[in-house]
Design a protein around this ligand. Sequence first.
Ligand code: SF4
Length: 417
Amino acid sequence: MALRPEVTEPLPLVTEDTLLDEAMQCPTDRPLETRPLTEERAFAFWQKDIPEEYWSLDAPQIIARIAAAREQLGSRCVILGHHYQREDIIQFADLRGDSFKLAQWASQQPEAQFIVFCGVHFMAESADILSLPHQTVVLPNMSAGCSMADMADPEDVFAAWDELHDAGITDVIPVTYINSAASLKAFCGRNGGIVCTSSNAPNVFDWAVEQGSRSNGHSDAPKILFFPDQHLGRITAIKHGVALDEMPVWDYALPYGSLGGNALEQLERSRVILWKGHCSVHLRFSLEQIDKARRENAGITVVVHPECSIDVVQAADLHGSTEFIARTIADGPPGAKFAIGTEINLVSRLARENPDKLVFCLDPVVCPCSTMYRIHPAYLCWALEELAAGRVVNQVQLDEDTRRDARIALERMLAVK
Ligand code: SF4
């Protein structure tokens, strides 16, 4: 079969402003059901080259066409669905999970020629890094990015690295959250660093300290430069006994020479340097919401994602990755009550799948992660129909150097567990 990789435009950055625009049109007052692309204006027109015939298809039409294309492709194609995807996507996923589980699984599917990744761009990049040479990774909508990942522009990270070295701070291990560009994973691979996820961040911190102590030949632990999510970095550092004044925040918006807004002495005695990134979805959760959930529901368990702010994470009963949250609810006894601090598509699904328990989102204004939501089923339909016709659209394909170096950092992560 002749495959025709499409040349795609560079990814548009996902900024706070674009997210705000989308949130303004967020369907908070009704169920998150699929409407034709033309009616989901906030999410529909980001990748404009989808053929016009897909624009006005309604949900039943799209779903029937996805099912037909899926059947035609058979075992040549696997569809991976992140927990935050909408139901009309998740129903077609051969596997659903968090970015860690999906990256692992993608690397274990040698029979699949096509890996269609229903998630955001950095996840599809990880799948491409870990996939086999004969495999093709497709992201149905190339504009499905992540605002947090985009807060760590590789050029800014490289500049911060140089600035630290110029200032004489050289014993640093770079650790990137999996929510980051492949070029940053490659940077970690090249510089003795590693990737982490929200499931394994504490173990990765142990690994980094151990590696650094070995390489510097003495028992002093190295510093960790952690990006892009300051909140995951902060809670993980606290678990390691790092005091708040030993973890300065590096403000990437400041010009070169500003040491990210820190005094040299502050950086010298730091143990972890936190990049000033965050997830706009998880910063919506607050102490007031937790207090209200507890006031109105005696005996409730509050479970949040570690991308929430530190006060929210510390006030919650439990915190952990999306896999942890799903498992905690599934393992709860009948009648248990859970208030959850994570993305609404996952919370709604967990509520439906656990009808013997009370499960609700801490945030009453239920906006989804708008970039995950950009994987409209019409895009999945288009990508699958093109594959079935022998054409590849929206291939995520990294250059060999990036792939090789990023793979080093990702394989270290997979080995740490
Ligand atoms: S929930 Fe936050 S971190 Fe996850 S993809 Fe959306 S913006 Fe990025």
